[in-house]
Each structure stands twice: as structure tokens, then as C-alpha cells.
Design a protein around this ligand. Structure first.
Ligand code: ATP
Ligand code: MG
Length: 405
């Protein structure tokens, strides 16, 4: 039994009252059977896209996916997707079906879906429709292609990465034949657009089993990340590091690409955003120094800000695996933050205005503030207005060069 919201019930009813079949399908059925809260509820129907749209003329609808058979209905601020039963034929280019055929049979629609656990439909009165035995696979935690995996991965290689993603995020085992086909067909991933690879790779990386899946399937990842090379020893080491890394995309990308000369270029090639690429570059580029003191912690915070400083410690732990050391580092960092120790210009007891009243002008102001912050971080000057002003004065009269004493 799957619990269904009023909105979903309304969508099903409306289609049925108009003489069409309608079912919940795909990810939401899988997740509901697993006891997880589905991200979104997708429906499939025997109604054509135009017929579906006609059923919901009194609602806000989206026709963006109309050509592919999908009508979006906005209910209670949430978008629901209703897709006409489809069969896809002839993927000559390995990514797009040559032709989308709308069909009247639910079973045909389920047959075109990627994995058995994703190929189930559910109706509150008619129950589960599961011709590919997805429920049994779900109970065993097995990810298995619908039909011949070599054929299915040749049709659309993105399914290989989707498989890696589901294995990583749901801890599914990949069924033996499906696993063999994934590795065998991996080169076809070269035909998949950067955006689609990026989306699946991101979700794969933040899954709880990313390290384990990478260890077994690294050739698949080498196919989408040729920059990382093909050395099994290197991939094995990366997999072990990933297993230790916090489930954060920035940290895990840094682990994946650390030591890869073209690593950041790879991120740009795969259309990861500018900010993310920059953050990954920052984590990888920062050398570690010992020991990790309050001063080091504050310097780190000054350099990269609070969230990234935490990421860097997580990244270092993943790379080096010295649990005790990095627990200490983390504690030092958190204590520094908790105590409100000064590490940023914002926290400095004086600002540019005070310096200008001492006669500082132009770029001198910023330079002096940075220098004062440096002294405060290193404990050379107290973070109070009188102490800072005195120091600023001394520097001014001591000439224009800023000493680092
Ligand atoms: P989630 O939304 O939780 O990431 P999902 O399984 O719902 O997982 P979607 O991308 O939303 O994934 O796809 C919805 C359904 O469409 C899938 O469950 C599957 O049945 C089918 N599907 C998606 N992509 C493919 C594909 N490349 N090949 C075959 N079927 C697919
Ligand atoms: Mg979905």
C-alpha cells in the first residue's frame, strides 16, 4: 500500500473520469515502497498529451515537455508531471530515441524504462503493476536493467551513470549482467552531453556508497573523466579517499580531482558552475601546514571563510585518513569560531574611517587594515580600538613601508 496525497488522487480521478487510465510510475513508486518520501510524484496515462492538457484546463499547466508526452500540472504550488504511455524505438545515436511513439499499453511504457526498480506502476485501487519483478529486486537491493543490459546501455549510455548513481545513493548491488554491460558499454558515455553527465556524476558523488562503487566501476568513471587517467592503483586510492570524505559535492570533487593536472579544466568541461570549480580549486591548492594552531585556524578562516575552511579540514581528512589528527583540527576550528576570535576585517575593532582620520588615504587604508588583522590573528596586537590605533599611528610615523614585525 502506498499512501497518496489528495492532489495525486485528484489527478488520477480527473484522468479516469475522462475515460483514461492513469498510474503513478517510476521513482515515486520505488521510493514509496522503500518507505522513503518521494521527491516528486510522476504519473503516466493512456491519454495523449493533448487529451491530458484538456483534462486540466482549469489548472495551471506547463507544456514545456509536450512534444515528449509530458504535461505539467501545478497543484498547491507543486508541479506534477503526467506523461503519456510511450515506447521508444531506435536509438541510433546512443542518446535520443529516433522516434517517440505514444502507445495505449502501460506494459509497453514500463518496458522502455531503465531499471526494474524504476519500472513499476501503482494505482490505489488496481495495485502494483510490476511485469519486470522490480519489487523482488527492490527487496534484495538489486539494480537490474529492464531487458538486455547491453542493448539498454547501447540505446542510452546515460543509464550506465544513472545505475552508478542509484548504486551509490540507495546502496543497491548492481546485478552481475548489468554490471558487466555497464563496463562494456562505458565508451558510449562519450556521446552523452556534458550537462547530463554532470548531473548524474554529482548525485553519484554525494551518495553514501560512492567510494565502493568507484572502486568496482572505475573504468566507467575514467570514460567520463579521461583527465583522471587509467591507473587502477590511483583509482583505488581515490575510492578509499572518497569513502572517508564527507558527503559534500565540493569536498568529494576535490578528492576525485586532487593530483589531476587537468582537474579544474575537467569541471569546466562538464559545466560544473564557476563557483563550484573555484571552490574545488581552492581546496586542492591549499597546502597543509603543521601544527594546526589557533593562529593557523584563523588564517584558514581569513583565507577561505567559514564553510570552506570546514570543507578543507574534511578534504584533508579524506586525503590523509588520520582520524585523530583531523578531529583535533576540527575541534580547534570550531573552538576558534565559538570563541568569536577575530579572523576577518569585519571583526576588527576599527575600520577604514578611523584610519583615514589618522591621515591614511587611498590604498594605504586597505593595506594597513590587512596588516592590523594579521597582527591581531598572530596575537601581536590586541583587537581593541586604542591598541589598533596606536599600532596604526606607529606604522605611519615609521614610514610608508609596513613592517611585519
Ligand atoms: P529521482 O527523481 O529520485 O532521481 P527517478 O527514478 O524518478 O529518480 P527521473 O530522472 O525522475 O528518475 O526519471 C523518472 C523515471 O523515468 C525513472 O524512474 C525511469 O523509470 C524513467 N527514466 C528516466 N531516465 C531514463 C532513461 N535514461 N532511460 C530509461 N528510463 C528512464
Ligand atoms: Mg523522479
Amino acid at each position: 500500500m502506498i499512501e497518496i496525497s489528495q492532489e495525486v488522487q485528484y489527478l488520477l480521478n480527473r484522468l479516469e473520469q475522462n475515460g483514461y487510465e492513469a498510474y503513478l510510475v517510476g521513482g515515486c513508486v520505488r521510493d514509496a515502497l522503500l518507505g522513503r518520501v518521494p521527491q516528486d510524484w510522476d504519473l503516466c496515462t493512456s491519454a495523449s498529451p493533448a487529451q491530458t492538457a484538456a483534462c486540466f484546463l482549469d489548472q495551471r499547466i506547463s507544456l514545456a515537455g509536450f512534444r515528449h508526452g509530458t504535461v505539467g500540472v501545478l497543484l498547491g504550488g507543486h508541479p506534477y508531471e503526467i506523461t503519456t504511455y510511450r515506447a521508444e524505438k531506435g536509438y541510433t545515436d546512443g542518446r535520443h530515441p529516433d522516434k517517440v511513439n505514444f502507445v495505449s499499453d502501460l506494459k509497453q511504457d514500463l518496458a522502455r524504462r531503465d531499471f526494474t526498480v524504476n519500472a513499476m506502476a501503482y494505482h490505489p485501487r488496481r495495485g502494483l503493476v510490476d511485469p519486470w519483478r522490480g519489487q523482488a529486486d527492490l527487496e534484495q537491493g538489486l539494480l537490474r536493467c529492464v531487458g538486455d543490459p547491453f542493448l539498454r546501455f547501447s540505446e542510452d549510455a546515460l543509464r550506465i551513470l544513472r545505475g552508478m548513481r542509484f548504486a551509490s545513493t540507495y546502496s543497491f548491488e548492481i546485478e552481475e549482467n548489468t554490471a558487466r554491460a555497464a563496463v562494456h558499454c562505458r565508451r558510449r558515455l562519450e556521446q552523452i552531453s556534458a550537462e547530463r553527465v554532470q548531473a548524474e556524476l554529482s548525485r553519484f558523488l554525494t551518495g553514501s556508497m560512492a567510494g565502493q562503487v568507484l572502486s568496482r566501476f572505475w573504468p566507467v568513471f575514467a570514460a567520463v573523466l579521461p583527465e583522471c587517467g587509467e591507473d587502477p592503483v590511483v583509482w583505488e586510492q581515490t575510492a578509499a579517499r572518497l569513502s572517508r570524505a564527507k558527503a559534500d559535492l565540493t569536498v568529494r570533487l576535490a578528492v576525485l580531482l586532487s593530483g589531476v593536472p587537468q582537474g579544474v579544466a575537467a569541471l569546466e568541461r562538464l559545466r560544473f558552475g564557476k563557483k563550484l570549480s573555484e571552490d574545488v580549486r581552492t581546496l586542492v591548492a591549499k597546502a597543509k601546514g603543521h601544527p594546526f594552531t589557533d593562529i593557523t585556524a584563523k588564517q584558514l578562516l581569513r583565507e577561505m571563510g567559514e564553510p570552506m575552511a570546514r570543507c578543507w579540514v574534511d578534504y584533508r581528512f579524506a586525503m590523509d585518513g588520520e582520524e585523530n589528527r583531523y578531529r583535533e583540527w576540527r575541534l580547534t576550528l570550531e573552538r576558534t569560531l565559538r570563541e568569536g576570535q577575530c579572523y576577518s576585517l569585519r571583526q576588527l575593532a576599527i575600520g577604514g574611517r578611523e584610519l583615514m582620520s589618522l591621515g591614511y588615504t587611498g590604498p594605504q587604508v586597505g593595506a594597513c587594515l590587512e596588516h592590523l588583522l594579521d597582527r591581531v590573528i598572530r596575537g601581536k596586537t590586541e583587537n581593541t580600538a586604542p591598541a589598533l590605533l596606536e599600532q596604526a599611528n606607529r606604522q605611519k610615523s615609521g614610514g610608508s613601508t609596513i613592517s611585519s614585525q
